[in-house]
Design a protein around this ligand. Structure first.
Ligand SMILES: C[S@@+](CC[C@H](N)C(=O)[O-])C[C@H]1O[C@@H](n2cnc3c(N)ncnc32)[C@H](O)[C@@H]1O
Length: 360
């Protein structure tokens, strides 16, 4: 694939973007080459482990394995399903992965399970695993995104229960908000059950130059390499907080609350006030979630829970902020579809009762 004419390049950012486009096109060409090799292997009947490995490297995130080995997660979902699936009912599972939740719903007594998976390779894996379990007659796998499902086309009637586990470390990163919103409106029976039924995001002010340096650089070997920061993420990214030096500067506070049994806005802006308990340099808000699976089952990804595969979400500030114990700091928390970000707006530097502009 070639560009018909060079992109205009008048500023440094435009040159960076033009180079980014070339890098992306090169990646697409690599994907085309690897796709052709897989198509040839299928046509010649020579598919082997290396063919699948090459495809998986491109389209399957590694976390599927740690997720499937997360007993706390698996047991919580299995228990919640055992307690809530109505025998004989129709369950719609959004995001099959290996088919695990669809299998658990069938074991819990669902009469019929429809499970959809946007990734065709995973959908096929789920199909074959379900077949191995002898449950093909009760579980239907649709290789499609849930938003493409229509009543009367892919499924005959609305589901009695919609289940999903499409949450990343920051809860919203895998698209749970738009997917549940669509499913509630279009695919769930009026008196149907949604699982998870709600979630809360918690967070605290964090000093950790070690984690900040996973996404920020100034000088290396005496050279200013800070232009690299143009490529840093402004949204949340995963970090196993317990494995990095860090210092919590405030108590945890509730950041956002979601009730999936109602329409949840996909965009939320909230000013959150933190009361530092320790003076220091705040680099970020570190966030984790509580996922309410109903019937008393709750999953928590608190920093001290190192058993779960979910890490914490690091929401880096645009620039570190000095905070003083007892002097509040206001942080603008933004949740835009699949991304969380945090920006300090006001830091109280004089006395607990006054505020002034943040030093950023
Ligand atoms: C975190 S995995 C969970 C897999 C499985 N449900 C489990 O719990 O083991 C989520 C899967 O859902 C798929 N997915 C996410 N959103 C989806 C949607 N709206 N429709 C269909 N598949 C979706 C992803 O491709 C991914 O394979």
């Amino acid at each position: 694939m070639t560009m018909s004419r060079p992109l205009s390049a008048t500023t440094s950012y435009e040159r960076l973007a033009a180079a980014g486009v070339r890098a992306q096109l090169a990646r697409i060409e690599e994907l085309v080459t690897s796709t052709r090799a897989a198509v040839d292997a299928i046509a010649s009947g020579t598919v082997d482990q290396s063919t699948l490995g090459a495809l998986a490297a491109n389209v399957i995130p590694r976390w599927h394995f740690s997720m499937l080995n997360d007993r706390e997660r698996n047991d919580a979902y299995a228990t919640a399903l055992e307690r809530q699936v109505v025998p004989g009912s129709h369950v719609l599972d959004i995001g099959s992965g290996s088919g695990l939740l669809a299998l658990a719903a069938a074991r819990a007594g669902a009469g019929r399970v429809t499970t959809c998976e946007a990734n065709p390779l995973l959908a096929e894996v789920a199909r074959q695993i379900i077949d191995t379990q002898g449950l093909t007659d009760r579980i239907t796998v649709l290789a499609t995104h849930s938003s493409a499902i229509e009543i009367g086309r892919e499924i005959a009637t609305p589901a009695d229960m919609v289940i999903s586990e499409i949450v990343d470390c920051g809860l919203v990163g895998e698209g749970i908000l738009p997917s549940i919103r669509h499913a509630r409106r279009e695919l769930l029976a009026p008196d149907g059950t949604i699982l998870p039924q709600g979630a809360k995001l918690y967070g605290q002010l964090m000093e950790s130059s070690a984690v900040q340096r996973l996404n920020h650089v100034e000088v290396a070997c005496g050279f200013d390499v800070s232009l690299m920061n143009a490529l840093a993420t402004h949204g949340h990214f995963p970090t196993r907080l317990a494995t990095w030096p860090h210092c919590a500067l405030s108590a945890p506070v509730e950041l956002l609350s979601f009730d999936f049994t109602r329409d949840v806005p996909e965009q939320q802006n909230r000013s959150v006030s933190f009361e530092p308990t320790t003076s220091g340099t705040a680099h970020a808000v570190v966030a984790w979630f509580e996922l309410d699976l109903g019937a008393g089952v709750v999953l928590r990804t608190t920093p001290d829970n190192t058993a779960t595969h979910w890490m914490q979400a690091f929401l880096p500030f645009p620039a570190p902020v000095e905070v003083a114990a007892g002097r509040s700091i206001e942080v603008e928390l933004r949740c835009v579809s699949t991304r969380l970000s945090a920006t300090p707006t006001r830091v109280c530097t004089e006395a607990p009762s006054t505020t002034q502009e943040a030093t950023r």
